[in-house]
Design a protein around this ligand. Sequence first.
Ligand code: ATP
Ligand code: MG
Ligand code: MG
Ligand code: MG
Length: 576
Amino acid sequence: MKASQFFVSTLKEAPADAEVVSHKLMMRAGMIKRIGAGIYNYMPMGLRVIRKVEAIIREEMTRAGAVELLMPVVQPAELWQETGRFDKMGPELMRVKDRHGRDFIIQPTSEEVMTDIARQELRSYKQLPKNFYHIQTKFRDERRPRFGVMRGREFTMKDAYSFDRDVAAATVSYQGMYAAYQRIFDRFGLQYRAVAADTGAIGGEISHEFQVIADTGEDAIVYCPTSDYAANIELAEGVALATERAAAAQALTKTATPGKSTCEEVAALLALPLAQTVKSLVLATDELNDKGEIIKSTVWLLLLRGDHDLNEVKAGKVDGLKAGFRFATVGEIEDHFGCKPGYLGPINLIKPVKVIADRTVAMMSDFVCGANQVDYHFTGANWGRDLPEPDLIADLRNVVVGDPSPDGKGVLAIQRGIEVGHVFLLGTKYSADMKATFLDENGKPQLMVMGCYGIGVTRILGAAIEQSHDERGIIWPDAIAPFSVVVCPIGMDRSEEVKAAAHKLHDDLQALGIDVLLDDRGERPGAMFADWELIGVPHRVVISDRGLKEGQVEYQGRRDAEASKLALVDVLAHLK
Ligand code: ATP
Ligand code: MG
Ligand code: MG
Ligand code: MG
């Protein structure tokens, strides 16, 4: 490939809305271009990386016995109504109507359509096991799309679905996918960890996330350095506290009265101290009419830090959600919202509130909470990952670092990760809702046992960059770099020798199947090198008149501190 024929478009500065390094570098390297919140063009340089990620996934899925198909992006609502997810899923599910007023969704995942295919096509035990996958555009109307492709609204996912005759067979399929994921992430050249995870909204029985290790990750991972134990902190904390808190939540649901229960009562029910030390709480405020009926309920997630003044929040000087957290007093809330603070509940306490000494750390993960009125529920109240403030992370660390590991083989440590893959053993949740059965040896219909397995194709790019970059730019692992080698000729317009040597090296490398790019744009060396360091090409070969006279080129690996001389005749062997 010649740079003059390709498309290279780099920026000196990242746009102001790019918060994390991967987003900044992808924008600067011309890999993506924003057209709306969480919606990006994948530009030629970025698309090359995506295609390499996809190619590795395809090879390993095929090796693991999965079969590729392609399901539509726009899916009829009827299938989603069969499982109830059309109504249950909340605003992340993008619902659209066609010209006849019929409901459709833009797929955030494809369990329903896949199960529909399976119930029609897989009729006999002889056809099982089967594992279908596709690599397809997804849309999730994320509450806070951010970090570029890491949390987009439109993104690409590889999702696979396995169908088995019983739980034992489904467990084998699950283990096969787990192993395939290990091969995939090994091949990407990323440092990652498979962690036990919560099954969350997808449901199911067993689940693991594949987390790329990065300090900027939204997830916290609890692991034991001296054993195999590793879990998402949500799960680790959930197991420890779920029982205790579930009881509190139930009590709350029973006794909180719309428009009557005060925050004090709520706090008491949750067994939280209502004082400066209570640092966060979800609150509902009701506006009542003369008859005492609720006319409007609003749910507020108050996350204020002790050193923040509520007046500043009111004046819009501080974003309450970003500011940290402190619980406001009843008077402050009344003052701020112009109505009496109401009650909290009924809440679906999926994740517990954790009390540590005099601090309260709320592990709110996709909470559903709100007023006792259908339309006023607030879903996705989410603290842990929306406020990855260093001090909060430190708080979380204190919680478990050094605690004994549940497997008894050491003590716990914490690190941060980016969820790039997720495998679930679903069981019969979807097959039961959609009556997906097969006939067993005795001609009896049995429910298929399912698994589902996702990889965030486009998120991988962001995760890889978070893990591997320096002040000059991206450092791609070889396997997913847009180009493996860049040949940089110096003074090609002046020197026929340089031109001929550069083209020959390009052609020879290409003939070896190496993904090489010849930078024939005629840029000055400084600008040329800066571009390729920013873009993150792992290997650079510089050809100049001076070097050629000695039969040499300059070689520099992207991680090398400086260039080294290499005999021209050795370059191919060196890069092979
Ligand atoms: P998260 O916890 O980050 O919201 P999720 O648990 O909702 O992710 P899954 O339903 O498990 O995501 O989807 C499978 C994979 O799709 C995830 O492991 C992740 O790599 C990717 N993914 C999910 N949401 C997004 C998004 N908004 N942008 C990019 N990739 C995503
Ligand atoms: Mg999500
Ligand atoms: Mg998740
Ligand atoms: Mg997940």
